[in-house]
Design a protein around this ligand. Sequence first.
Ligand SMILES: *[C@@H]1O[C@H](CO)[C@@H](O)[C@H](O)[C@H]1NC(C)=O
Ligand SMILES: *[C@@H]1O[C@H](CO)[C@@H](O)[C@H](O)[C@H]1NC(C)=O
Ligand SMILES: *[C@@H]1O[C@H](CO)[C@@H](O)[C@H](O)[C@H]1NC(C)=O
Ligand SMILES: *[C@@H]1O[C@H](CO)[C@@H](O)[C@H](O)[C@H]1NC(C)=O
Ligand SMILES: *[C@@H]1O[C@H](CO)[C@@H](O)[C@H](O)[C@H]1NC(C)=O
Ligand SMILES: *[C@@H]1O[C@H](CO)[C@@H](O)[C@H](O)[C@H]1NC(C)=O
Ligand SMILES: *[C@@H]1O[C@H](CO)[C@@H](O)[C@H](O)[C@H]1NC(C)=O
Length: 457
Amino acid sequence: MKMPVAFLLLLALCNAIKVHGEESEGQCDYKLTLDPRPHSVSILEFGAVGDGKTLNTIAFQNAIFYLKSFADKGGAQLYVPPGKWLTGSFNLTSHLTLFLEKGAVILGSQDPSHWDIVDPLPSYGRGIELPGKRYRSLINGYMLNDVAITGDNGTIDGQGSVWWDWFSSQSLNYSRPHLVELISSEDIVVSNLTFLNAPAYSIHPVYCSNVHIQNLSVYAPPKSPYTVGIVPDSSKNVCIEDCSIAMGHDSIALKSGWDEYGISYGRQTTDVHIRRVHLQSSSGSSIAFGSEMSGGISNVQVEKVHLQDSLVGIEFRTTKGRGGYFKDIIISDVELDNIVTAFVACGDCGSHPDDDFDPNALPVVDKITLKNIIGTSISVAGNFTGIQESPFTNICLSHVTLSINSASSTSWVCSYVSGFSESVSPEPCPDLESSYSNSSSTCFSLLKSYGRAAAAF
Ligand SMILES: *[C@@H]1O[C@H](CO)[C@@H](O)[C@H](O)[C@H]1NC(C)=O
Ligand SMILES: *[C@@H]1O[C@H](CO)[C@@H](O)[C@H](O)[C@H]1NC(C)=O
Ligand SMILES: *[C@@H]1O[C@H](CO)[C@@H](O)[C@H](O)[C@H]1NC(C)=O
Ligand SMILES: *[C@@H]1O[C@H](CO)[C@@H](O)[C@H](O)[C@H]1NC(C)=O
Ligand SMILES: *[C@@H]1O[C@H](CO)[C@@H](O)[C@H](O)[C@H]1NC(C)=O
Ligand SMILES: *[C@@H]1O[C@H](CO)[C@@H](O)[C@H](O)[C@H]1NC(C)=O
Ligand SMILES: *[C@@H]1O[C@H](CO)[C@@H](O)[C@H](O)[C@H]1NC(C)=O
């Protein structure tokens, strides 16, 4: 059958990822479909050996280079069959599906010479852990569109233990790499995979839009230092759903740049929807906002989440010098179990990239709603420590029931914070009990903007 050229072109344009929904309430509310790519090659065709010992960096690079030529022909799939595929860092290309078959494991090399060294991100000005450059991530994308990293529960394993040891013994020369980093890219899907043992972050979309992360297991051991799961950073239109994440530090951390670098880069993280996730964070927060947030973070909806065995459940971290803001954030339908502090908002958390930060750049924290929350085995209900020169405002708590381990008078700690609460147990601090008529309209309008029933208020 012959098809007209115009139709083929249309097919190519529509191929693979349809990320725009008509009537979306949030960034997850459209149907995600991954159409098969018209071309597929196996990594075996590029001489790769899946014995867990042979280094396959060149095979991955050559395969991707070859598949670049299919970008205008509907894109292509790189198929990774069962086996252990050791590699150093490599780049993806546009209109590509990287598919990891069941039993396929991409292993990150433990030899640092297999990881390139690259410039810091402009919104950070330096490596996060050390001044200067940083290691390139294992799997990278730069200015791409229409990319899927998916499979039948294949695994990407960073074998991070060497990096954790170097970090802990302070013998790193550059900041640690991540497993997947996509920079300035759009229409990205990461789905149906397991991510293990990231050197630092597992998945880092930065300056991206239309990112859909679905049905992943992400894991690093409880003692792995500062390992983080998913980090949407200066990105917009991000959906994270149906994921199970257990990390040494934070499970999901939303960021947007660091002090003067983040302020001048000026790229916010916005329009983020997170739902149906199971999170565990031994030494950090199940869901963290910041501390790097200088480009601002807004319009975030988190719902139907289960947080367990963590130091903190939900945490907003910022500090003087950050600038930026957290605003219009709604978190609802949360179950917490065995968490030291359920909620933290901290105005003195986070370090500075260098001495050139502006101490007068004060962050703004406004319109944060926490509703329909049940917690068991909690030690401290909430610790809201605002900034004297820029108090946190419109913090709304509704229908929050936390059972505290040992009844103590310090269930809630509040300073430089104001807001509204309704049906909250244990009784919150007076700062969060301003009169119904005042703050309820703010909480109410927040909910209304998402088309929700506002009956709770
Ligand atoms: C990978 O992409 C970067 C740009 O982000 C480029 O500098 C580098 O040369 C690429 N590496 C390869 C092997 O293509
Ligand atoms: C999640 O991924 C697994 C394989 O990793 C697959 O069997 C399952 O069907 C997926 N679930 C959804 C809802 O896509
Ligand atoms: C995916 O594989 C991991 C181990 O590699 C396993 O723990 C997990 O249960 C699997 N998930 C599914 C949906 O099969
Ligand atoms: C850091 O550099 C020193 C000096 O070149 C080198 O001996 C050491 O192996 C490097 N550390 C790592 C983790 O690569
Ligand atoms: C995930 O896997 C399931 C089961 O194979 C499949 O139906 C679904 O389309 C996949 N989803 C994505 C987004 O890859
Ligand atoms: C509350 O947070 C402040 C500032 O981060 C900290 O100093 C204090 O120890 C915390 N209090 C509790 C009870 O966790
Ligand atoms: C709350 O209402 C009181 C009295 O109506 C008013 O003085 C106060 O400024 C209001 N506060 C806010 C935050 O709107």
